[in-house]
Design a protein around this ligand. Structure first.
Ligand SMILES: [Fe+2]
Ligand SMILES: [Fe+2]
Length: 218
């Protein structure tokens, strides 16, 4: 299978992920959140941006100069994830919370999700895990939330959509170029599938932490 065909296969899997995630994302976006629950949701997302910024930086350092296009994209993504973290950090401050992501305890699947990306053997696995595994779900939620019921979520969601869409497009270009052997493709399939499952599990776990009823999942 060519890199192009492989990227198309991955796009189909992303579409399935979005269907699985849609009921939870819609339930979150169509709600005006009580203050304490809203703070928990913002912490969950702020932690994600912080972890993403750190592991993109790590993969930037570990990627060889021969893959400069990949290295450059990781640097840009690191900067953008840091700016998303800042959007959420400021919103938390507005709500009276001085957030420390290093002291925060995420739900288990969310920690595992970011650990997998940080510890991915190469940046290519990181791309399959994050840019294909989880970021399309972020785009779905931010698009729903940008037009959703809660004014605080509307504030933080709208400015992030374009960057997250670009991270996915960047991922596609990288997979087309570098995911060209069956061995590499299988490694990327495996990590992306695991991350897709963890990203939906994490939403369910946060739902439980918030004491919300479980929405339908299919
Ligand atoms: Fe982000
Ligand atoms: Fe992103």
């Amino acid at each position: 299978m060519t890199g192009n065909e492989f990227a198309s296969e991955m796009e189909e899997k992303v579409a399935a992920l979005l269907e699985a995630a849609r009921p939870l994302s819609e339930a979150w976006a169509n709600k005006v959140w009580p203050r304490q629950q809203l703070i928990e949701v913002l912490k969950h997302y702020a932690y994600a941006e912080w972890r993403s910024c750190l592991h993109n930086a790590k993969h930037f350092l570990n990627t060889p100069m021969q893959q400069w296009d990949l290295k450059l994209g990781l640097a840009e993504q690191c900067h953008e994830e840091a700016s998303h973290y800042e959007i959420e950090r400021r919103k938390l401050l507005e709500l009276g919370v001085d957030f420390d992501p290093a002291a925060y305890t995420p739900v288990p699947s969310w920690k595992r999700y970011f650990d997998n990306q940080e510890n991915a053997p190469t940046a290519l696995e990181k791309i399959a895990a994050e840019n294909y595994g989880g970021e399309p779900k972020a785009v779905l939620f931010f698009k729903l939330a940008a037009n959703g019921a809660d004014p605080h979520l509307r504030d933080i969601a709208a400015p992030q959509i374009e960057d997250e869409e670009e991270h996915h497009e960047f991922g596609r270009a990288i997979l087309e170029k570098y995911a060209t052997t069956p061995e590499v493709q299988q490694r990327l399939r495996d990590i992306s599938a695991l991350q897709q499952k963890l990203s939906v599990d994490a939403m369910r776990e946060l739902n439980e932490r918030l004491g919300l009823p479980a929405p339908r999942t299919s």
